[in-house]
Design a protein around this ligand. Sequence first.
Ligand SMILES: [Fe+2]
Length: 232
Amino acid sequence: MEKDPALSIDSLTKKFPAAAEYLIEIFVINRDYGMVKNSVIAKRLGVSKPAVTQAMNRLRKYGLIEQDLYGSINFTPFGRVIASRLLKRHYLLEHLLISKLDYDWIKADIEASRLQSSISADFTKFLFDTLGRPDTCPHGNPFPDSERESEIINAPRLSAAALGERLILVRITEEGETAPGLLEFCYKYGLKPGNGIEILLIKESSIMVRLKDGSVLEIPSVFAQYICSSLE
Ligand SMILES: [Fe+2]
């Protein structure tokens, strides 16, 4: 079906309230891993596969995605624009909640997901300017089409770090933001973008690192796979 050229984020989310969540999920899976399948979306959002199938049919009907014979999902150019705008809103809301309202670093992602469909384009622009035109979310994930986007996305995962490396933390992936216990762990031990660590020991189930205050921390491998860093 042809896209509806008059379809705005407002009218889309009125007709299909969960659209924003699905579009953002497709965007971030595609950006991190390339291929997007219904089963991955179902797992990430904690919904059933039939629910995702139904949602993808609706997104396709609105001209936002295409799905090939093997089930891979791709944005239409129009869908990519809408998804990028929604993700920018999400990141700006996280900034507003954390840096201006001092809201919990751990809960901001959930609250931003609730608000992202509701704010206007005008308020989004106001937030962007007022918050100093940021290029990442507070957890380090880059704004779509920002200058450092591919550099940040390609920053290696901590699980691939080598012994003795001194690293600067770059981001906690969106997948990691929803991994049980990960944001709490990072917050507790100061594993935030911009902070430095040194790799002391690599084991199968964990990585021992020295933090900037000199203390030693054991990071479970299940968490290290979602934390990205670059060489100091
Ligand atoms: Fe974030």
